[in-house]
Design a protein around this ligand. Structure first.
Ligand SMILES: Cc1ncc(COP(=O)(O)O)c(C=O)c1O
Length: 381
């Protein structure tokens, strides 16, 4: 080993980030406690309005977590058992889970080898008369090919439910030059404020976005027990609220989101440079038309034993993760004769070679140098 480091390296350094905003966050949390405004306190509406402004979207509906956001969106859109919903197999299971949970049929498809996001040709091939929605996942922090997805959805009259859990703040540019934030382009966008997300709270949280005011009403109602007026329940709903304490934290952190994205991009640029043109390390490709907010910095290792490298990194106190080791179509709960391996060569390959390195807002050059030097040594050995 050529170098050592005194600092503990983490995949995500939430404590370091907190320390910089501690005074403000502590006061905001204390204020909620002092006012005992735990449920639907003023911070929830304030954060909602701030996020609407930040995203340039007409409606933000806060909810309890990102999984609920997806579920509420599918319920409010009136999707019914038997309807088919297309999403990527290379994603976190929550995306597919809610589809199955509502009795809809998850149709999993292939991703693009460079961007790791859903492959538009694969979506087109999977569309049947039963298809009702497409759920593009803006994986690892950059947008899927939204212009093509929206065109396909329009042609087949499908809803587009953007899973923006990993890409809050990313911006997509359409060919006419118009820019839109991730999650505001489709019928509805669904995000997560899980602590390690780019905009993470100090517990669970989520939100749904839409520019459609009528749909926003249904989303609000669905998230609130299907209630239109107090004790009047017109539709089946759920109980899914963003806690006031979480909203108070998010309101503060939202002010720093662009700065957080810049810090992540700086770390990504460092890694990119360190691994540039290495025959065994494929750095993440930045797709045209979208900024990248690097929720994850995910490499592909070529011709090396990835699991051994992970163990060797761990021995040097460098954590790493595999997102995701088993594709959703290979999980027992998602078996279907439409989910045969032949349809997923890229997804199955990615499961064997992807490696995510520490990525967060507090990475300094000393840590980045230690991580990249170590990985290069191990891969070159
Ligand atoms: C792509 C994706 N979708 C949905 C979710 C679910 O979010 P939550 O954990 O807040 O329910 C996550 C969270 O990990 C995610 O990464």
């Amino acid at each position: 080993m050529s170098t050592t480091i005194a600092k503990k390296i983490q995949m995500v350094d939430l404590k370091g980030q907190y320390q910089k905003i501690k005074t403000e966050v502590d006061a905001a949390i204390q204020n909620v406690i002092d006012n005992t405004a735990f449920i639907n306190g003023p911070a929830v509406k304030e954060f909602q309005a701030d996020l609407e402004r930040y995203l340039g979207v007409k409606n933000v509906i806060p909810c309890a977590n990102g999984t609920d956001a997806l579920q509420i969106a599918m319920m409010a859109l009136g999707l019914k058992p038997g309807d088919e919903v297309i999403t990527a197999s290379h994603t976190y299971v929550a995306t597919a889970e809610v589809i199955g949970l509502l009795g809809l049929t998850p149709i999993l498809v292939e991703v693009h080898p460079d961007t790791f996001c859903i492959n538009v040709d694969a979506i087109a091939k999977a569309i049947t008369p039963k298809t009702k929605a497409i759920v593009p996942v803006h994986l690892y922090g950059q947008c899927a090919d939204m212009e093509s997805i929206l065109a396909l959805a329009k042609k087949h009259n499908l809803f587009v439910i953007e899973d923006v859990a990993q890409a809050i703040g990313a911006e997509y540019t359409f060919s006419d030059g118009k820019k839109h934030k991730a999650g505001t382009m489709g019928t509805v966008g669904c995000t997560s404020f899980f602590p390690s997300k780019n905009l993470g709270c100090y517990g669970d949280g989520g939100a749904i976005y839409t520019n459609d005011d009528e749909l926003a009403k249904k989303l609000r109602m669905t998230a609130h027990h299907g209630q239109s007026v107090q004790y009047v329940h017109d539709v089946l709903g759920v109980n899914s609220r963003l806690d006031t304490i979480q909203a108070a934290v998010l309101k503060i952190k939202l002010k720093h989101l662009d700065e957080y994205s810049a810090a992540r991009n700086k770390a990504a640029a460092y890694y990119d440079k360190a691994f540039a043109n290495h025959p065994k390390i494929k750095t993440p490709v930045r797709a045209k038309n979208t900024t990248h907010v690097f929720h994850q910095y995910t490499l592909q290792l070529v011709g090396v034993d990835r699991n051994k490298i992970r163990e060797q990194l761990a021995a040097r106190d460098i954590p790493s993760m595999i997102y995701y080791p088993i594709p959703v179509h290979k999980q027992k709960a998602y078996q279907s004769d439409r989910h045969t391996s032949a349809n997923f060569p890229i997804t199955e390959h990615l499961a064997t070679c992807v490696l995510s390195l520490p990525m967060h807002t507090e990475l300094d050059e000393e840590i980045l140098n230690y991580i990249s030097t170590s990985l290069l040594e191990l891969v070159n050995a």
